[in-house]
Design a protein around this ligand. Structure first.
Ligand code: FES
Length: 156
């Protein structure tokens, strides 16, 4: 009987310590999630002065992997250069202002919409903001989409 009590005591102590350990891990994980860094200004890529970008033109930013298009009405959209088929880098055809993938020939328009498969969804886009006369692109947070919507265009 005494041996049973000792084992039971050991079991309860182990159970108690395990429970406390799990709670400590849970609290630690919650704290890590809470301290997740917010979107700071340093996450944004400074594309340039708003006035630099002409209406109706597309501008490549190869090192940052996006194209910035300014529509005829002055709105901006930043589309990723990563093809949504298998991830090759699409290229701007200057004469047509279309984006073509060199790997399997998908073609996208200036909004990132698919004009020619095999890609089946539009290019991701990046949030655009304006500050102190500059166009800033949030290249850390690409937005996956299934279709183009006018809300994806940003105006000054
Ligand atoms: S990776 Fe672009 S069409 Fe296949």
């Amino acid at each position: 009987m005494k041996k049973f009590l000792v084992n039971r005591r050991k079991f309860l102590r182990s159970f108690f310590y395990t429970l406390i350990s799990l709670q400590v891990v849970y609290v630690f994980v919650r704290l890590l999630k809470i301290k997740k860094p917010q979107n700071t200004q340093s996450d944004f890529y400074e594309a340039g002065d708003i006035s630099f970008f002409e209406n109706g033109k597309m501008y490549p930013f190869g090192s940052a992997h996006f194209f910035l298009h300014r529509f005829e009405d002055g709105g901006f959209i930043a589309v990723s250069s990563k093809c949504t088929h298998l991830g090759c880098a699409v290229q701007l055809k200057a004469d047509s202002q279309l984006l073509e993938c060199p790997c399997h020939a998908s073609v996208f328009n200036n909004k990132g919409e698919v004009l020619s498969p095999p890609a089946s969804r539009p290019l991701d886009y990046y949030p655009v903001v304006f500050e102190n006369g500059k166009v800033l692109v949030d290249i850390a947070h690409p937005v996956r989409r299934t279709k183009f919507e006018t809300t994806q265009i940003k105006y000054t």
